[in-house]
Design a protein around this ligand. Structure first.
Ligand code: UDP
Ligand code: MG
Length: 316
């Protein structure tokens, strides 16, 4: 099979028939063999009935129905599990992404050798309250992930080589960072294609402005996991040791200072009356705790099922 199209959706009943008809038009014009996997993320409207009707009328339609709303990432994860096509395309259900882009995306994966091609909504039809924070978001994501050629991490329209989706695990709200996940898994031929974008025709957006706060925290998590996830001691142990040493040296200085004054008959005060003593003590305690955090982190990492999971590309 050439193409699997995965469409995560939550309450998009009006858009689905139109979207599917459009996909069908593009697919048969290009003679692709394909499947469309609709992942119904616990919709409370008629979306699932619509999918069932589409499925009755066409053999290309597959569906997954969640019992409740889990979010876009879990929906993509289950779609990825089920996908069989050589190239896997994800797109939003709200008709903001255009199926007309699919043939070119397919070509970029199969002929240009990309592992992943992300859409770039260069000209967006979204409110300003969304486009401005998005610019900031993408700049941060580029800097942290080191994928400098992507302008639009969160574009719903993306194409993947099948290997990619079978070897990454999207969870939580990590769908915003799939290129970063792919890069961490060793798929670094990541490309971009300018895509047409439309204003939402039916229904309303499912993500509020808190997407930017959560998105930022998720980015920190990913960065931390990919940098120190398997070796937490390297950061916590390092910081802890340094802090402990600083505190220890400071205590020695405070003590030596008092002895010096005593010896020379200068006026002196109790060590416990010096504010430096308390600063030094706190530093030592914090240092010990950081060190312990690192050590406990290492113990957890030792037990992780992921600890020996590697991306082996080939064996002969
Ligand atoms: N979506 C989903 N589960 C959710 C929220 C959204 O499957 O919990 C789907 C939604 O139906 C749409 C896609 O994810 O197909 C993108 O959502 P939306 O268009 O609301 O996001 P925006 O375009 O505003 O970024
Ligand atoms: Mg949308």
């Amino acid at each position: 099979m050439d193409i699997s199209i995965i469409v995560p959706l939550y309450n998009e009943e009006e858009s689905l028939p139109e979207l599917y008809a459009w996909i069908q038009r593009v697919m048969s014009a290009n003679n692709f063999t394909y499947e469309v996997i609709f992942v119904n993320d616990g919709s409370t409207d008629r979306s699932w009935q619509v999918i069932e009707e589409l499925q009755k009328a066409s053999e290309h339609v597959k569906g997954i129905k969640f019992r409740r709303n889990y979010g876009k990432s879990p929906a993509l994860y289950c779609g990825f599990e089920k996908a069989q096509g050589d190239v896997v395309i994800t797109m939003d259900a709200d008709l903001q992404d255009s199926p007309d882009e699919i043939p070119e995306l397919y070509r970029m994966i199969t002929e240009d050798g990309y592992d992943l091609v992300s859409g770039w909504k260069q000209k967006r039809y979204d409110p300003l309250s969304k486009t401005i924070p998005t610019k900031l978001f993408n700049a941060t994501a580029r800097a942290v992930s080191g994928i400098h050629n992507l302008h639009d991490f969160n574009c719903g329209l993306k194409a993947y080589r099948r290997d990619v989706v079978k070897n990454i695990e999207v969870y939580g709200e990590m769908h915003r960072y799939i290129p970063y996940l792919a890069k961490n898994a060793g798929f670094n031929r990541i490309g971009e294609k300018v895509v047409h974008h439309q204003a939402r025709k039916y229904g309303k957006t499912k993500f509020g402005l808190n997407r930017f706060v959560n998105g930022y925290l998720d980015l920190l998590t990913l960065w931390f996991l990919s940098t120190f996830g398997v070796k937490p001691m390297h950061i916590f142990g390092f910081l802890g040791s340094i802090m402990f040493m600083l505190g220890f040296i400071a205590v020695i200085i405070v003590g030596a200072d008092k002895l010096y004054d005593m010896y020379h008959g200068n006026p002196y005060r109790l060590i416990t009356e010096s504010p430096y003593f308390y600063l030094a003590l706190t530093t030592m305690i914090l240092g010990t705790q950081l060190f312990l955090a690192g050590f406990i982190g290492e113990l957890i990492a030792r037990n992780s099922v992921e600890r020996n999971k590697y991306q082996i590309e080939k064996e002969i």
